[in-house]
Design a protein around this ligand. Sequence first.
Ligand SMILES: Cc1ncc(COP(=O)(O)O)c(C=O)c1O
Length: 356
Amino acid sequence: MPRMFVPGPVDVADEVLQAQAAPMLPHRSKEFEAIFRRASEKSQGLFYTNYRVFLTASSGTGLQEAAIRNFVDKRVLSIVNGAFADRWYEVAVSNGKDAEKLSFEWDVPASPDRIADALKKGRFEALTIVHNETSTGLQNPAKEIAEAVRAVSPDTLIFVDAVSSLAGAKIEMDAWGLDMVLTSSQKCLALPPGLALGAVSDRAMKKAESVQNRGWYFDLLRMEKHRNKDSSPATPAMSLIYALDYQLDRILAEGLENRFARHSAMAKRVQEWAEAHDQSIYAPVGYRSQTVTTIKNDRGINVSDLNNFLKQREMRIANGYGPLKNKTFRIAHMGETQMEDIEELLKAMEEFLKKN
Ligand SMILES: Cc1ncc(COP(=O)(O)O)c(C=O)c1O
């Protein structure tokens, strides 16, 4: 199997791909409803939540939009230190909300104190934050941010994008007091793209009752009525839900703590390897992602040559994102990737570095 060290879509295990091949069922049948229910209930464990988890036929951006449409009447504060955080801000603006951006340099973690100051100055119904910025390999301190928000503005809802971290890093929705946590299927869950998962608190659902123009497809109050009957308003992505149901058993069999430890050991190995080869890490110590490492291209290597070299060995990594293209490159270590795969990649990269 070719190995994708890119931060999504990632490799999917053959048996998980095969789980998608189960025959179709009427989606409003007892048989399918049982699968839908099982997958939703098992998903709660990934979020460390007792709240509901919505499964939507969309990628993660769909749920970024759902958060804005359902739970924000007017004012939202977007914390931005990377490309995907900026996208969430744009989603809010393009949906006509009065969104304010609190920006940090991309290699600087979002500061709980500065967020608290912003909330003291203005009233915001909600705050958006990306837990793991895939564009930079920086992990924001979501737990500390949530604590700071609660202390100064307890009514502000907290939305967390965990697209590239959920199921690879521990995010305790209920214990941290988060109101919506969302993710996509094609990252740490190691499923094909096309499904998004979003856990939502009761108080956010209550807030939605007073928000106008929630739209139709992502109206989470409508979806909740159907979810309570183990169904969805529109046709669900059935094959992906078969695969999710199957993959959740594999994930739970590995054990969540073991899975997080595997991701973090691979991150440490890649970071140490880069530093031992005169390349520094983009994100500061203490805030480095455990699912994707962004390496500064200090040696000035040609990233596309490197990738062509790796592709001959059926591997590929990712170039830097947007403005960081060629200035950095990214190695993802998420989903099905094991330490042996990382060792093989690093060996091949060493071979390339010797020749270049
Ligand atoms: C952190 C983060 N948020 C949001 C997205 C958008 O997710 P999707 O492509 O599933 O809509 C991505 C995609 O890479 C991401 O990495």
